[in-house]
Write a new protein. Structure first.
Length: 279
C-alpha cells in the first residue's frame, strides 16, 4: 500500500494526529487526579485524628486509673469518718448533760424560794408602800398567808444573795422611816396618835398610811394586823417594832418612854423645827 505523501498544503485529518489525541488524554487524567488528591488528604487527616483519640482514651483508661483510684477511695472513707465524728460529738453532749444532771444546783434558778419571817414581811410591805404612793397590794393576795416576796421586793428573791438583800432592805426601811403608822383617816383614835407624833416635830417625818383611803384596803388591813398580831388600828411601828394598842401608846407617851423609843430608832425630836430655822 503506498504511503500518502504529506506536504505543507495537505489538510490535517484525525487519523494523521494520534499523538496529539494521546497527549490530550494524558492532560485530562492529570487534571482529574489533581481534583481527587485533596479528598485523599482529608481522609488521611480524619484517620490520624481518630487514631489520636483512640490512643488518648486508652491512655486515660490505663494510666490515669491508678491516679483516680486514691481520690475515689478517699471519698469513700470520708463518709465513715464523718459518721464517726458525729457519734463522738453526740457522746460528748450526752456526757455533758449527765454531768450537769448529777451536779448540785448552784445557780439561783434552782435555789429554794425565799420565805419571809413576820418581821421581814412587815418590813418588806412597809418599804413597798412607802417607796411610791401608787404601790398597792394586789387583790389576789391572801392576807392570811405569807405574801410572795417577789410582789413587794425589788430584787431577785431566788439569788444566792437574797438573804443579804433582805437584811439590807430591813435596815434601810426603818432608817428612812423610823416612825411608821398604819391608821384610819376618820378614826378618833388614829387622830389622837397622829397628834402625839406631830407635836414631836420629828425628823425624818413620820410615815403615815391611812388604810381606809386606799384601793387595797380589804387586803392591807388584815395583812398588817396579822403581822402585828393584833386586830386593832392604828398600828404604830417604831424602828420596825409594834408599840402596842392605844392604851400602851398613851402610857408610854405620858411617861416619856415613847419619846425615848423614837430617839433610839434614829428620829430627832424637834428636828423639823431646827431644819426650818436653818432655812
Amino acid at each position: 500500500m503506498p504511503v500518502p505523501r504529506i506536504t505543507s498544503r495537505t489538510p490535517l485529518r484525525d487519523s494523521i494526529l494520534p499523538a496529539h489525541r494521546h497527549t490530550a488524554s494524558l492532560s485530562y487524567s492529570s487534571s482529574l487526579m489533581a481534583v481527587l488528591q485533596p479528598r485523599k488528604h482529608r481522609h488521611r487527616t480524619t484517620f490520624i485524628a481518630l487514631f489520636a483519640l483512640f490512643f488518648l482514651s486508652v491512655y486515660l483508661f490505663v494510666f490515669q486509673q491508678s491516679a483516680l483510684s486514691p481520690t475515689l477511695a478517699l471519698k469513700r472513707t470520708e463518709v465513715p469518718a464523718a459518721a464517726a465524728q458525729m457519734t463522738l460529738a453526740l457522746e460528748s453532749l450526752r456526757n455533758h448533760h449527765d454531768l450537769h444532771a448529777h451536779r448540785k444546783p448552784t445557780s439561783h434558778s434552782h435555789s429554794a424560794p425565799l420565805q419571809l419571817a413576820p418581821d421581814q414581811e412587815i418590813a418588806a410591805v412597809s418599804s413597798f408602800l412607802a417607796s411610791l404612793p401608787q404601790n398597792v397590794i394586789p387583790p389576789f393576795v391572801d392576807p392570811a398567808h405569807p405574801i410572795d416576796p417577789q410582789l413587794v421586793l425589788d430584787f431577785d428573791t431566788r439569788s444566792p444573795r437574797a438573804s443579804d438583800e433582805v437584811k439590807q432592805m430591813i435596815e434601810d426601811v426603818w432608817t428612812r422611816n423610823p416612825v411608821f403608822l398604819y391608821s384610819k383617816l376618820y378614826s378618833p383614835v388614829s387622830r389622837e396618835v397622829k397628834t402625839m407624833i406631830a407635836d414631836l416635830h420629828l425628823h425624818p417625818a413620820p410615815t403615815i398610811i391611812d388604810v381606809d383611803t386606799r384601793d387595797d384596803y380589804e387586803v392591807l388591813v388584815p395583812l398588817v394586823q396579822r403581822l402585828a398580831s393584833t386586830d386593832e388600828l392604828p398600828i404604830l411601828l417604831i424602828g420596825g417594832q409594834y408599840v402596842g394598842p392605844i392604851s400602851a401608846i398613851r402610857s408610854l407617851h405620858q411617861s416619856g418612854q415613847l419619846q425615848q423609843m423614837i430617839v433610839d430608832a434614829g428620829a430627832v425630836i424637834d428636828g423639823a423645827k431646827k431644819k426650818h430655822k436653818r432655812k
